[in-house]
Design a protein around this ligand. Structure first.
Ligand SMILES: Nc1ncnc2c1ncn2[C@@H]1O[C@H](COP(=O)(O)OP(=O)(O)OP(=O)(O)O)[C@@H](O)[C@H]1O
Ligand SMILES: [Mg+2]
Length: 248
């Protein structure tokens, strides 16, 4: 895999013939003893993404749809450079805010406040940290009492609120949103949608994974549909959303 900056032009993301497999332990090896008593290597490579190609221009927003397990989050991780595809290439011509999908990316043993400080420090933001912490608290609507609790004690919705609010603090060119709306309550969902519109109007590029085709139609310029790790169709957002609806 090659991940490098392109010449400055309007293409922000180029994914070409990407193929990615995960190692699977399919015989239930749980200890060194299990491993030593086996004759064969218990790990096999399971293909997850097959020949995935698409492009995204600056300021465009892309919706990614597909059934559970179709490979959406895996594709996002490959775009963000978190996992390395075996074949193909990902070219990114901008900075990507880390994907804080529901809970992922957060340290569950740390409190909300500690997670905020840790991630802001990792981003290396130039803005005033106290101000940013305040913005995150306000957007998340999580009380100080909650933010002082370990993240492992949060509900799924609380984790989504914390994760999304932290990723907003990151002033990157590309925002990747993995199903944040799925577990947020109605008030938070509406607020997120509003925020995504605002970012879009500021020219940010957004990749939006969702199981809600109505939201994808509202927010995205184009979409792609994944089925068993293969793009079965991509292009017009309404066409893709209708195709997704027909899967069920
Ligand atoms: N770390 C991992 N190790 C091994 N296999 C994995 C790993 N993460 C995901 N998979 C497998 O990869 C496939 C795609 O998973 P992925 O999380 O990308 O799906 P998804 O489309 O995001 O699903 P969902 O809608 O449920 O979020 C699944 O078969 C899953 O079991
Ligand atoms: Mg997923």
């Amino acid at each position: 895999m090659q991940q490098y900056k392109m010449e400055m032009n309007d293409k922000l993301i180029l994914v070409e013939n990407l193929a990615l497999s995960y190692w699977h332990n399919n015989v239930g090896v749980h200890s060194v003893k299990d491993l030593l008593t086996l004759r064969k290597n218990p790990f096999t490579l399971k293909p997850i993404l097959h020949d995935v190609s698409f492009e995204l221009d600056k300021g465009q927003s892309l919706g990614i749809l597909g059934r559970n397990g179709s490979g959406k989050s895996t594709l996002l991780r490959a775009i963000a450079g978190i996992i390395k595809p075996q074949k193909g290439r990902v070219v990114v011509n901008g900075s990507i805010a880390p994907i804080l999908a529901i809970g992922a990316g957060l340290e569950l043993e740390l409190t909300g406040f500690e997670n905020i400080k840790l991630l802001l420090a990792l981003y290396g933001q130039s803005k005033n940290m106290a101000e940013q912490i305040n913005d995150i608290c306000i957007f998340s609507e999580l009380s100080h009492e909650v933010l002082n609790m370990a993240a492992k004690c949060y509900s799924a919705g609380m984790l989504a609120r914390l994760a999304f609010s932290i990723s907003l603090a990151n002033d990157c060119d590309i925002l990747i949103i993995d199903e944040v709306l799925a577990v947020g309550d109605k008030g938070f969902q509406e607020k997120c949608v509003q925020k995504i519109y605002e970012l879009k109007s500021l020219g940010k590029t957004i990749i939006f994974v969702s199981h809600f085709p109505d939201e994808v139609e509202k927010l995205c310029d184009k979409a792609l549909l994944l089925e068993n790790g293969t793009i079965i169709n991509q292009g017009n957002v309404n066409t893709i959303c209708n195709q997704y609806r027909q899967l069920f």
